[in-house]
Ligand binder design. Structure first.
Ligand code: GLY
Ligand code: MN
Ligand code: MN
Length: 441
């Protein structure tokens, strides 16, 4: 793997340089200065929140634990890494820079954060300084010029071969852990113990994961972001939603599967229908597909399933037009993914900025751009039985066309979500998630 990454990295770096050259020109800046960032302390305390590195920093390097470090890129010059290895006997000091990327940087090691100042550009006013407010050092203040960020965020959607390779690994790690979690579910484990099985298999701490695991048994699957972990197993675990990913050198995978027990054949039938529909949506991750259109298409297909399986009596068209499909599928079809699980730029109109609005009535969609090769998005349709939304529906005129006995019976299962990470290719999509499951089988 390291050999492959070493081979792909120079082109990745060349791409970042080209993008940065164009971004800096737009803002009339001479230098790009990227702060890794600083940990934040909890209120009235000396304990830091988990450190999350600036995604712009880890775009350049597979380094995620280097608070107080900086990257400086000046067009035409070798990028500089100002790397903080503090004198500190309280904490582990970041490892010395090593690996395939080191030769591509001019590296300066510092022992105190303020030593960076002498190594950063002196022409502060000619620098685009990317980072959070708390990364400010002396008069090196993050200014995050919108022209620079918009350009970089737009192009970040297009993954380099190096990034695709990283994301394939992140998918494989997540899949390995999903398989362990499914085994724990089938053995009757509690949510807490299933999560432990996941963590043991993924071999990452909770802070290293790209997001908090969702491990939901039975009706807990109806809470879209269920993040409690019950210590005791239910008497019968008949359904299981697991939304959990992995991190590889700062790149995320985001994977959801829904499982039914052998006793819950009726729920398995619904899972199978959503699974088939999901694979149909994945097939449409093709050059030229507008993601917002795909989301609306998903509403129609899911409404057909609700009708065919006897949950609603109205037509699929009426279910979508009246918002009934949104009661059962109340989130977006997916989002861009990469350096962040919900990656930036999903609504951007072009490389200069702007916004492509969500379709009316779909307030939770996170992506409205048209798909092009090298974009990676999640495809994560779902169907849920959510008490709060069903209670609202019961008060509406459309309630007469709902098969309430059936709907109420399915509340015990919570819901279904199936989520893959998919790269848009030139001719066919690459399903990073299903490829990883196939390889693991
Ligand atoms: N795991 C959060 C999401 O699927 O977007
Ligand atoms: Mn997702
Ligand atoms: Mn997810």
């Amino acid at each position: 793997m390291t050999d492959l990454l070493a081979k792909l990295y120079p082109d990745h770096l060349a791409t970042l340089k080209q993008r940065s050259d164009a971004a800096l020109a737009k803002a009339d800046c001479d230098h790009l200065v990227v702060a890794a960032g600083q940990p934040r302390l909890q209120f009235l305390d000396d304990r830091p929140y988990p450190f999350a590195v600036n995604p712009h920093f880890k775009h350049w390097l597979p380094v995620t634990r280097a608070p107080g470090s900086w990257i400086v890129y000046t067009p035409g010059q070798k990028p500089r890494l100002v790397y903080l290895q503090p004198r500190d006997y309280w904490h582990v000091v970041p490892d010395a820079p090593a690996g395939y990327w080191v030769e591509h940087f001019d590296i300066a090691i510092i022992r105190k954060p303020e030593e960076a100042l002498a190594l950063l550009p002196t022409a502060r006013e000619r620098s685009a300084v990317i980072g959070e407010d708390n990364a400010a050092l002396g008069n090196m203040l993050p200014n995050n010029p919108p022209e620079v960020l918009n350009h970089l965020h737009w192009h970040r959607a297009y993954k380099t071969d190096y990034e695709l390779a990283m994301m394939r690994v992140a998918s494989r790690l997540g899949v390995r852990a999903h398989r362990a979690a499914e085994r724990a579910f089938r053995a009757g484990a509690s949510e807490y113990d299933i999560n432990t099985a996941y963590l043991n298999a993924v071999h990452e701490t909770e802070n290293e994961l790209p997001y908090t695991n969702i491990i939901a048994l039975n009706q807990h699957g109806a809470v879209l972001h269920y993040m409690d972990l019950n210590r005791a197993p239910p008497a019968h675990s008949n359904s299981f939603v697991i939304d959990a990913g992995a991190n590889f050198h700062g790149y995320a995978s985001d994977i959801t599967r829904t499982h039914a027990s052998k006793q819950a054949g009726e729920f398995q039938d619904l899972i199978d229908a959503v699974d088939a529909a999901q694979q149909g949506f994945v097939e449409k991750v093709q050059k030229g597909t507008n993601y917002a259109d795909l989301h609306v298409h998903a509403h129609h297909v899911l409404a057909c399933i609700l009708r065919e399986q006897g949950f609603i009596r109205m037509s699929a068209e009426a279910a979508v037009a009246s918002g009934v499909s949104g009661v059962f599928f109340p989130h977006g079809l997916g989002h861009p993914i990469g350096l962040q699980v919900h990656d930036v730029g999903g609504f951007q109109k072009d490389e200069s900025g702007g916004t492509i609005a969500r379709p009316p009535g779909h307030p939770h969609l996170r992506m409205t751009r048209t798909l092009e090769p090298r974009m990676v998005v999640t495809i994560e349709p779902g169907l849920y039985f959510i008490d709060m939304l069903l209670a609202e529906l019961k008060a509406r005129p459309e309630a007469k066309d709902i098969a309430w006995d059936k709907v109420d019976h399915f509340r015990q299962y919570g819901g279904i979500r199936i989520e893959d990470d998919v790269a848009c290719g030139e001719t066919a999509p690459e399903n990073l998630t299903r490829d990883a499951f196939a390889a693991a089988a």
